[in-house]
Ligand binder design. Structure first.
Ligand code: PGA
Length: 261
């Protein structure tokens, strides 16, 4: 794992978007795993800017989102399909048919996970998975105690997640209690992981994920098993990390990061 600390959230977002954009320029047929949430809104705004101003071409890209609420139709403004369309897909030249989220309205809740896994497999797997982290340490909606081998499935959300995301719902209690999510095992199958974490409210949990023991109590800690994972933070989110000097030294000395310094 590599840890990159940027001075500001804006710089962390820009670096993240640049890593994604460079990967797409190298491989126009990239399969991206995508995330939602407040943190990612500015990443998508930056990708839209790169599409408009730098001709970043999504014509042959494919995407699979981590998760979707169960019971919300695509036109519901709190569904992740709505989020993705509005923050990214409607503003770039991706083919809508190449954008995938679990179907929150399916009649086959038990079968949806396997269907989604098969769709990922059919395109050869995910090349680059973008991740955030929840305040309870989740990646996707893999809440505490999720198996570190889990695959895409339906999952109950924790009180902390209901509190974190309930603010988007009116009333907050109308937030769905269940969601589909890629499993931790699904996420670890991606060829590359890029995690973006900003803001002081994430400082403690990201320190547990990066420097603490690997534990299903903090499912983000599972990325320690991944052989090609980078965590990009701003100073505020990096506040509880013990190894900052070492991470900065690595970033400044690794040849692969030279164009990004
Ligand atoms: P946030 O969500 O970006 O809204 O903090 C991240 C997450 O829960 O994974």
């Amino acid at each position: 794992m590599e840890v990159i600390i940027q001075p500001t959230a804006e710089a962390a977002v820009k670096l993240t978007a640049r890593v994604l954009g460079d990967a797409l320029r190298r491989n126009p047929e990239m399969v991206f795993g995508l995330a939602t949430g407040a943190t990612m809104e500015s990443v998508y705004a930056e990708l839209v800017r790169m599409h408009r101003e730098e001709k970043l071409d999504f014509a042959n890209a494919k995407t699979f989102n981590l998760d979707e609420y169960i019971g919300l139709p695509p036109e519901d403004k709190n569904s992740y399909r709505y989020y993705m369309d509005n923050h990214l897909f409607n503003h770039i030249n991706i083919k809508k048919a190449n954008t995938h989220l679990p179907d929150g309205m399916t009649n086959d809740i038990a079968g949806e996970g396997a269907r989604y896994e098969a769709a990922i497999k059919a395109v050869g797997g995910i090349d680059l998975q973008l991740l955030g982290i929840g305040q309870d340490g989740h990646i996707g909606f893999n809440e505490p105690l999720s198996s570190l081998n889990s695959r895409t499935r339906d999952k109950s959300l924790t009180p902390l997640t209901l509190e974190q995301n309930g603010i988007y719902f009116d009333p907050p209690e109308s937030m769905p209690r269940r969601a589909f999510t890629m499993g931790v095992g699904t996420i670890l199958d991606a060829r590359r992981i890029v995690m973006l974490v900003t803001g002081e409210r994430k400082a403690q949990i990201i320190a547990r994920a990066v420097e603490g023991p690997v534990s299903s109590m903090v499912t983000a800690s599972a990325i320690q098993f991944h052989t090609n994972a980078v965590v990009i933070l701003d100073e505020a989110a990096a506040g509880c990390l013990q190894g900052r000097d070492y991470y900065n030294w690595s970033f400044n000395n690794e040849p692969c990061w030279e164009p990004y310094r």
